[in-house]
Design a protein around this ligand. Structure first.
Ligand code: 13P
Ligand code: SF4
Length: 307
């Protein structure tokens, strides 16, 4: 009861301050329910970058992980992009650095380099094309004449894209520590409990899990599929935070987490209190040097031209 009153109070203060600062709050689908509740826009990484690019607000409060806020800053250098907790990183993005990509390029000097949006701005500056889980297959399919394609850093997304496109990809040993916690045994168990449920899996999952799914989708792809599909029950193989949105959007349907262990600790660092402090102080700014920004933006723009 007190917690609820306190929370309502904070939410009200955030609303007021947001107006004063001319700010917009962008929230990733994995954020805590209390953060999703105060979003101006909630979405997957591609949708959030698009939203950032078209907002007229002066300040973007990015509730997600660092690479997402950085992508927003790359797309809108004239806006102030702040994070409520700047320590919220993505361990997968940290599994590769710019020198690793340069080395790969030296080893495969004719290759085109495609990189997942889950990378730092420095890594993006080395890419030919950026991609997200929504459009990775379309981006690779668009590379018609290319023989060698480097795809970094997620080896499981690379495996999924390679199977879908029939193209051999030179991959990197990166992965998401949260999605690999979902095991084929989890899907088997949940299917036994819910025999009529459809399984949706994020392509960051283990290939053995993706192979068992009815659909492999990004987080917003799952939100769309759950709304449009005739099934009444779904087993959700991704970070558990998405279930809050799925339940809100589809109150007559049931959603079961494939594994309660699939929690991204970095996504849970953002709270309403931290959002309020961030709006008060406007300190935790995410900024990229102009040289890196322009190079990274090329890879993002090329992606946006394809889809
Ligand atoms: P989405 O683009 O599907 O939101 O995925 C981002 C992410 O970090 C998944 O772990
Ligand atoms: Fe990174 Fe995985 Fe967390 Fe997504 S869920 S932000 S890929 S660690």
């Amino acid at each position: 009861m007190f917690k609820k009153l306190f929370q309502d109070d904070i939410a009200e203060k955030i609303k007021e301050l947001k107006k004063k600062r001319d700010a917009v709050i962008l929230v990733h689908n994995y954020q805590l329910p209390e953060v999703q509740d105060i979003a101006d826009f909630r979405g997957d990484s591609l949708e959030l970058s698009r939203q950032a690019a078209k907002t007229s607000a002066k300040v973007i409060v990015f509730c997600g992980v660092h690479f997402m806020a950085e992508t927003a800053s790359i797309l809108c250098p004239d806006k102030k992009v702040i994070m409520p907790d700047i320590q919220a990183g993505c361990p997968m993005a940290n599994m590769i650095n710019a020198e690793d990509v340069r080395r790969l390029k030296r080893e495969h000097n004719k290759a085109v380099v495609v990189g997942y949006v889950n990378t730092s701005a420095q890594v993006k500056a080395e890419l030919d094309y950026c991609c997200t889980s929504t459009n990775a297959v379309s981006v690779v399919n668009a590379l018609k004449g290319e023989k060698d394609i480097i795809f970094v850093p997620d080896k499981y997304l690379a495996d999924y894209v390679s199977k879908k496109t029939g193209k051999k990809l030179i991959s990197w040993n990166g992965y998401c520590p949260t999605h690999v916690k979902i095991l084929p045994e989890d899907i088997k168990r949940e299917r036994k409990f819910h025999p009529f449920a459809k399984v949706m899996a994020h392509p960051e999952c283990l290939p053995s899990v993706v192979a068992m799914a009815d659909a492999a989708l990004s987080t917003s792809g799952m939100a769309k599929f759950a709304k449009e599909d005739s099934a009444k029950e779904f087993i959700v193989a991704t970070e558990v935070g998405l279930i809050y949105r799925l339940k809100q959007d589809n109150q007559e349907k049931e959603f079961y987490a494939a594994s309660e262990a699939a929690v991204c600790p970095n996504m849970k660092r953002t709270t309403q209190e931290k959002i309020l402090w961030a709006l008060e102080e406007l300190k935790m700014e995410v900024k990229v040097s102009e040289d890196i920004r322009l190079r990274a933006k090329k890879a993002i723009d090329r992606m946006l031209e394809i889809i």
